[in-house]
Design a protein around this ligand. Structure first.
Ligand code: 13P
Length: 280
């Protein structure tokens, strides 16, 4: 069943777990998420970033997901991840995405508020839910995201931001990184608690790859309802394929394609278990 973020985040909050938002870039990765949903019998968000428009068109993403989920009972969101362009957001909504992320985190506060509010007013007319970001994450290794300065989310500003924009959920910066951690993860659950004390809205944790289970559990208890994973899906697939190709360079691509699907699925199932680990 294809849904927007509202039922997914509400259920996650009510039952104290986080819904995983898994990044996809092609048929294999979409297949990995759908097989993981079946195996784990859990809901999930299939997340496609603006950055990957050279890999797939928006309509292809939606059509493929819709075709592959007709028999699924579990709830599935089709989400546009990290998007800076209102034009691309409009195209994604036309194509059938059920939620979008307007990423104005690089903009001054007032400009981030203005573009986010504009997107929320537009998207809500089509029953499409909106995520925005305040603060920004730094870059770890193996990531495909843009480098950015680490700026923790300011709790008072988060309150003002949510009240002014009416956004459905907010991505917060509390020390996770996009990509694999270069050293010990330093995630400030205290900052998350300070934000939660200011505003009651589902929060999103970007930079899921490599985040320790204990940190994830503490984040879920303190308001994180959606967790994004990208890098480890990619790196686990690349590792599996590289091992095969290094042993047998003439391996047929159909074999590698199946290995990619399996490696991606394994990683996604692992994170689904971690995100559901405090489910009651
Ligand atoms: P990772 O690549 O660290 O898993 O982060 C993914 C993410 O936040 C996508 O928006």
């Amino acid at each position: 069943m294809i849904v927007n973020l509202n039922p997914l985040l509400k259920e996650a909050r009510d039952h104290h777990y986080a819904v995983g938002a898994f990044n996809v870039y092609n048929y294999e990765t979409i297949h990995s998420v759908i097989e993981a949903i079946k195996e784990s019998n859990t809901s999930a968000i299939i997340s496609f970033g603006e950055k990957y428009l050279s890999n797939m068109e928006l309509k292809e993403v939606v059509n493929l997901i819709r075709t592959m989920t007709t028999e699924l009972d579990q709830k599935v969101g089709i989400h546009l991840d990290h998007c800076k362009s209102f034009d691309v957001i409009k195209k994604a909504i036309d194509a059938g995405f059920t939620s979008v992320m307007i990423d104005g985190s690089h903009l001054p506060f007032e400009e981030n508020v203005a573009i986010t509010k504009e997107v929320v007013d537009y998207a809500h007319q089509f029953n499409v839910t909106v995520e925005a970001e305040l603060g920004s994450l730094s870059l770890g290794s193996h990531s495909n995201e843009d480098d950015a300065e680490e700026i923790y989310t300011d709790p008072m500003k988060a309150r003002e931001f949510v009240l002014q924009t009416n956004v459905d959920c907010l991505a917060v910066s509390i020390g996770t990184v996009h990509g694999l951690y270069k050293g010990e993860p330093q995630v400030s659950v205290e900052r998350l608690i300070e934000i939660k004390d200011q505003i009651d809205i589902p929060f999103v944790l970007h930079g899921g790859s490599g985040t320790p289970l204990k940190t994830i559990q503490e984040c879920i208890i303190n308001g994180i309802a959606k967790i994004n994973v990208n890098t480890e899906i990619s790196s686990s697939i690349v590792k599996a394929i590289s091992e095969t190709v290094s042993k047998k360079p003439d391996t047929h691509f159909s074999v590698l394609s199946n290995q990619a699907k399996e490696a991606g699925k394994k990683t996604i199932v692992k994170y689904m278990e971690m995100f559901n680990s405090v489910k009651q």
